[in-house]
Design a binder for this molecule. Structure first.
Ligand code: NAI
Length: 247
């Protein structure tokens, strides 16, 4: 579906899944703002330096976009980081940091965006969950906690804002080939002493489709959920995991 002239915010669109979604939405004619810590493109007029774990940074970025266009159509709250470790292996400062970047950031972004969408009585939002919005995984205490909570936040926000014609859905990818995946693999090597190829092979085999997916395969579904093609879809947790969580 074309998204000509739509004003879109994607957080963390300088890499991986966010970047693939930004590219696809721009191909569809949308004006896509990338709120990230670094810019992946030289001279991208739609890049805004933003730390999503800082409410003021998020609010200023969102206000700047709305003030320029007087509307805000779509949001993909995607930015996130990974952390490998069980509770004893996780330092308090790492717990606080992952909570801020992965979870508080989503609340901050919703808090900044929703008043504008409510006033215009229209909007579509996708939050970034994970297969860990449904299931637990080993050595993933804090990362899993943030993704489980995002699933819940999706449902309550979808209910609260349905009457305002705002849809809120959660995308729940399995293992996708991005820099975050390779950081996670490094973390597993440190914690388990397994070989890199062994870890990657077991991640691949855990997904019945028997491969690790590419970012565009998630971006395709995000674009569908954001679009009016998904006009009766809200509050859903949408798996893109090659069958991992249906087992
Ligand atoms: P990535 O590392 O390729 O991209 C993450 C982006 O978020 C980067 O551009 C990074 O600069 C940005 N970012 C990080 N901290 C930020 C902050 N404080 N403020 C603003 N931007 C920040 O990772 P990937 O894999 O594309 O991850 C995107 C989302 O997808 C994350 O929320 C991740 O948890 C989720 N996810 C990834 C999966 C995977 O297998 N790659 C599976 C399931 C979910």
């Amino acid at each position: 579906m074309q998204q000509e002239g739509k004003i879109v915010i994607v957080t963390g669109a300088s890499s991986g899944i966010g970047q693939a979604t930004k590219i696809k939405l721009r191909e569809k004619g949308a004006l896509v703002y990338n709120l990230d810590l670094f810019n992946d493109e030289a001279n991208d007029e739609f890049y805004i330096h933003c730390d999503v774990s800082d409410f003021e940074s998020v609010k200023q970025s969102v206000d700047q976009i709305f003030n320029k266009h007087q509307k805000l159509d779509l949001l993909f709250a995607n930015a996130g980081i990974h952390l490998v470790g069980n509770i004893e292996e996780t330092k308090i400062e790492d717990f606080e940091h992952v909570l801020s970047v992965n979870l508080k950031s989503v609340f901050y972004t919703l808090k900044a965006v929703l008043p504008y969408m409510r006033n215009q009585s229209k909007g579509s939002i996708v939050l970034m969950g994970s297969d860990q919005s449904f299931v637990g995984k080993g050595k993933s205490a804090v990362y899993g906690l943030t993704k489980g909570a995002i699933g819940q936040l999706t449902k309550s926000t979808a209910i609260d804002y349905a009457e305002h014609n705002i849809r809120v859905n959660c995308i729940c990818p399995g293992t996708i080939e991005t820099p975050l995946l390779y950081n996670a693999v490094e973390g597993f090597i440190k914690r388990t002493n397994l070989e890199k190829d062994t870890i990657l092979d077991s991640l691949k085999k855990a997904q019945p489709i028997n491969r690790i997916a590419q970012p565009y395969e998630v971006a395709n579904v995000v674009c569908f959920l954001l679009s009016d093609d998904a006009s009766f879809v809200t509050g859903s947790l949408y798996s893109v995991d090659g069958g991992y969580t249906c087992q």
